[in-house]
Design a protein around this ligand. Structure first.
Ligand code: HEC
Ligand code: HEC
Length: 428
């Protein structure tokens, strides 16, 4: 448990970030070109008649309409995978990650902190070179090549000649992985799957711009975890990176349902965590970030449409015992009392109610830091795919989850009932 309060002024870091992103584009001609290019790209998209954009304030119903349009989905996918919202100002200008990557991050190092390589972005000769080892995976120069090819999932780099000059991150960094079809960490993208090998804290801690105390906090998080509130409240209590799939129809995203639609959180993360350029205001948390022009807002509808199109992966037949799962379903609805909160096809009552922390047998710290201060019942489709479980990863397996509920809620389930319930959860 890392619940120690972090006293080293995270706010001052944030203010520094604010300054660097707010400063005038005229002071930084390179940046103004970037801004112009992005603005032009966005403006271009908006004028494209084939891509209707949901009206402002559109709810999930409208989002599911745009979801049907393949052109909108294709753009949303591109945004999800490749848009940095101008966050290079943070990852390059503030954290100087381009220097670290150029000097000390070989592909082997990158893979060891959980970064993934998109095999489909690699030309045949590069794939062959990796296979026959003629390409040196221990050289940072190879990382620059992979970035130039757009092959590092969730990391976008500008390479001039052989020099990495700008680097930024995208949503895919944390919410995509690959199927390892070439080798571990190299394969086809799986969007929406949480990257539970990624160690965002260890990556950020490589920055030469941080103090030793800040690095110690980032290094304490571990793989698959990130604290999306640390830079505001200074508390060190990371959550697992959740899936971004299976969310269609659920009003209330994140562990604590801070917003009523996915767009709310996308804006939160893009502006306050990735440090993209845009606005985010949340009076309940005292957050009010304004940066002009807003590079995030015009992309949110398409991004949301793509996210809501991402389905939870079905369980492989053979990965669970179907007969036991059928018995487990009865336990889920009956003596396990699971269906009182994990209701309906979405396996959550999030559209109806949230739960005070006193009702839920997990550590309350994180919920109390959120806007709602309550828990949202986690949707369970595809739950087989992403151990460990609960917001803090405190249950390593589904058997641990069941055991934890059995004890906390005094369910008195038999060994057989618990085993059947686990098989049912594996089948969802
Ligand atoms: C550095 C890692 C990281 C990046 C980058 C990131 N996220 Fe997340 N995301 C998280 C974490 C951690 C949470 C859990 C926060 C919480 O629930 O309070 C989360 C939560 C979510 C959720 C809620 C899922 C649910 O179960 O309801 C969605 C949707 C999401 N992110 C989408 C995005 C999108 C879209 C982007 C890009 C704009 C993005 N994320 C960028 C780490 C990340
Ligand atoms: C009182 C409401 C409630 C009941 C009853 C309940 N859950 Fe949950 N469940 C939640 C909430 C809220 C969470 C998220 C808690 C957290 O992450 O700390 C959750 C999380 C989970 C998770 C983890 C999901 C993930 O993505 O990590 C699983 C699995 C789960 N519940 C299964 C069950 C099973 C099986 C039962 C019955 C034995 C059950 N739940 C009973 C509300 C409930």
């Amino acid at each position: 448990m890392h619940r120690k309060k972090f006293a080293v002024a995270p706010h001052s870091r944030d203010e520094a970030i604010g300054r660097s992103t707010l400063r005038s584009a005229f002071d930084h001609p390179g940046r103004s070109l970037l801004v112009l290019a992005l603005v032009a790209a966005i403006a271009g998209c908006q004028r494209d008649e084939s891509t209707p954009i949901a009206p402002r304030g559109a709810d999930l119903v409208a989002a599911s309409d745009t979801r049907m349009n393949p052109a909108t989905l294709a753009e949303g996918k591109k945004i999800f995978r490749f848009d940095t919202y101008g966050d290079e100002t943070f990852w390059t200008d503030t954290l100087r990650m381009h220097e670290v990557i150029s000097t000390s991050v070989s592909p082997v190092t990158a893979l060891s902190v959980g970064l993934k390589v998109d095999a489909n972005a690699l030309p045949p000769e590069v794939k062959a070179g990796i296979a026959n080892k003629s390409i040196d995976l221990n050289s940072p120069a190879t990382t620059a090549t992979l970035l130039k090819l757009g092959a590092v999932v969730g990391v976008v780099g500008t390479v001039e000649g052989n020099t990495l000059t700008r680097v930024g991150i995208t949503c895919a960094l944390c919410h995509s992985t690959v199927d390892d079809r070439i080798t571990a960490g190299i394969g086809s993208r799986l969007d929406g799957w949480p990257n539970r090998q990624l160690n965002p804290g260890a990556i950020i801690a490589l920055s030469p711009a941080l103090t030793a105390a800040q690095k110690a906090v980032y290094n304490s998080w571990g793989p698959g975890k990130y604290d999306a509130r640390f830079n505001f409240d200074g508390k060190n209590d990371p959550t697992v990176i959740p899936p971004a799939y299976g969310l269609a129809g659920i009003h209330g995203e994140t562990f604590t349902a801070d917003g009523a639609e996915v767009k709310y959180w996308n804006r939160y993360v893009a502006v306050t965590q990735m440090h993209g350029q845009g606005n985010f205001s949340e009076p309940r948390l005292g957050i009010d970030v304004k940066q002009s022009p807003d590079l995030v807002a015009p992309l949110l509808d398409r991004l949301q449409a793509y996210e809501l199109s991402l389905q939870a992966p079905p369980a492989h037949s053979g990965s669970f015992d179907a007969t036991a799962a059928a018995r487990g379903q009865v336990v889920f609805a009956g003596p396990g009392k699971c269906a009182t909160c994990h209701v309906g096809n979405l396996f959550t009552d999030a559209n109806v109610r949230l739960h005070p922390t006193s009702e839920i047998p997990t550590d309350a710290t994180y919920a109390l830091r959120s806007a709602t201060k309550q828990w949202r019942t986690s949707p369970l489709k595809g739950v087989w795919q992403h151990p460990p479980y609960f917001h803090d990863g405190s249950a390593a397996t589904l058997a641990d989850v069941v055991e934890h509920y059995n004890t906390s809620f005094t369910l008195k389930l038999t060994t057989q009932q618990k085993a059947d319930l686990v098989e049912y959860l594996k089948s969802l």
